[in-house]
Unconditional design. Structure first.
Length: 491
């Protein structure tokens, strides 16, 4: 008998925890600032309703109705569609390998926060790139293994293993702590941040609307891209998680709650980030635009530097990096669980903790490349191609498979049968036409950029590695399509 979430709350916490990750802290606030401030919320919310929620409903519905992980779920739709599920799972698996490396960085910072004077107080940038990463001068200079990061990576994977070793039974218990805890920690950081000098100036820069930016296609593409990535779409996660729900559970309401919670946390994270950045600008005598950054540069250079300026710096630094760890752990083990679910569906009698052990061990071994002196470069390349191509292509194929082969209206009938909040015909239109078109535009625009110049000036061989992370899953998906499963189940 298939495992079940003990309660609906556990499922919602797991889904929200998967969606809410490091990108909510280091990507969304920067995008808002960069693309029109408060005006960015207009295309962001439109993308949420037009792209995010419909696709989230689709993934919840597939998993819940078919009671299978991504690969077997699409195989049930049509034997030739196994590759769609494989594309999602393969992309998600590659993401968690380097995502765990970022969590290892956060773990190092968390442990080193417990000192009277923070070790990065004098030079946060030099500390991150020189002391923690021991970064080489280029991707071609791999150097040796950073043993400190390797040890931290091992600890991270041990934590992930014990989150998923009993499947949803262990994951469900973990998310009851790891989902609400980072929200509580963010609230604590906000309360501290808003009392600092310059905090309101920082928040003003975060929200100051520039409605002229709405005339640029770039802001709309950025909003669509952020919505797609932040809801863990295209990974196979939400299909796996919803496969452990009862077949009669409300799909539409769960999707709306998950999507709104994720967006609310993203917006709130912006207040936390820019309150602290405002304080940093005030303390160093520069403008807020001079301290704004995104990605690893924000959370491992700029933010630590700002925290070092505060009274009780060690306490708030440890609080911040614990928040990052809690945000990361839910997203990481959800990616692992999506892989475990697929394997468990195939190996009916396999013991869950053995599956989890093998997946975690293989992931750890593959992740060692990200603990070398060129680890950050490899991480940057793989992340760029997976997020801009692999996951987006998986989303396109999902919509085409359900919208045109299984039948969007057919699935909508089931959704409305089990949902209190009914889904109108607009949903079928979104799945069949709107979402595939939007995602195709994202892929085409990005592809044009790629052929124009090598990403970040990396050598051609490194760019080739990036393309392999996209091409290999595509080739396997094509092989699975041309060599269909022996059984074809049309439900």
């Amino acid at each position: 008998m298939r495992d079940r979430w003990a309660t609906r709350t556990m499922f919602l916490f797991a889904a929200i925890g998967s969606a809410v990750g490091l990108g909510n802290v280091w990507r969304f606030p920067y995008l808002t600032y960069e693309f029109g401030g408060g005006a960015f919320l207009i295309p962001y919310l439109i993308a949420l309703f037009v792209l995010g929620i419909p696709l989230l409903i689709l993934e919840f519905a597939i998993g819940q109705k078919l009671q299978k992980g991504a690969i077997d779920a699409f195989k049930s739709v049509h034997g030739r569609l196994r590759g769609v599920g494989f594309m999602a799972i393969a992309s998600g698996f590659m993401v968690v390998i380097y995502y765990a490396a970022v969590m290892a960085w956060a773990l190092v910072y968390f442990l080193r926060s417990f000192s009277a004077r923070l070790p990065w107080a004098e030079d946060a940038k030099g500390y991150f790139f020189g002391n923690v990463l021991q970064l080489s001068d280029g991707i071609g200079q791999v150097g040796g293994i950073n043993w400190m990061l390797l040890a931290a990576l091992a600890v991270v994977w041990i934590l992930i293993y014990f989150c998923v070793w009993k499947g949803v039974k262990s994951a469900g218990k973990v998310v009851m702590i790891t989902m609400p805890l980072p929200i509580i920690l963010l609230i604590a950081l906000f309360i501290r941040g808003i009392t600092l000098d310059g905090a309101l100036t920082g928040i003003f820069y975060y929200l100051k609307p520039n409605f002229a930016a709405l005339l640029s296609t770039e802001i709309w593409l950025a909003a669509a891209s952020q919505i797609f990535f932040t809801l863990s779409l295209g990974f196979g996660i939400m299909i796996a998680y919803s496969s452990y729900k009862k077949e009669t559970q409300d799909i539409a309401k769960d999707a709306y709650v998950t999507a709104f919670a994720n967006s609310a946390i993203s917006i709130f994270s912006g207040f936390v980030v820019f309150a602290v950045l405002g304080y940093m600008a005030f303390s160093t005598g520069v403008g807020v635009p001079d301290v704004v950054a995104s990605g690893p540069g924000l959370v491992f250079v700029v933010f630590p530097q700002a925290l070092a300026l505060m009274p009780w710096a060690w306490f708030f630094a440890s609080l911040f990096f614990l928040t990052l760890l809690m945000l990361g752990i839910d997203s990481a083990f959800s990616l692992v669980e999506s892989v475990n679910t697929v394997i468990a569906d195939k190996a009916k009698n396999a013991v869950k903790h053995k599956i989890a052990f093998v997946v975690c061990l293989v992931s750890f071994l593959l992740g060692i490349i990200f603990t070398t002196n060129a680890g950050l470069y490899f991480l940057d390349v793989v992340d760029h191609f997976i997020t801009n191509f692999g996951l987006v292509l998986a989303g396109i194929f999902e919509c085409l498979a359900i919208g045109w082969i299984y039948g969007a209206e057919r699935l909508r009938t089931y959704i409305n049968k089990v949902s209190e909040w009914k889904v109108g015909p607009w949903w079928s239109v979104a799945i069949k036409y709107v979402i595939p078109i939007i995602l195709t535009i994202l892929v085409v625009v990005q592809f044009i950029k790629e052929i124009g110049a090598n990403y970040e000036g990396y050598p051609t061989w490194a760019i080739g590695i990036g393309w392999l992370t996209v091409v290999i899953p595509l080739v396997v998906a094509a092989i699975l399509a041309f060599r269909p499963a022996r059984t074809k189940i049309r439900l």
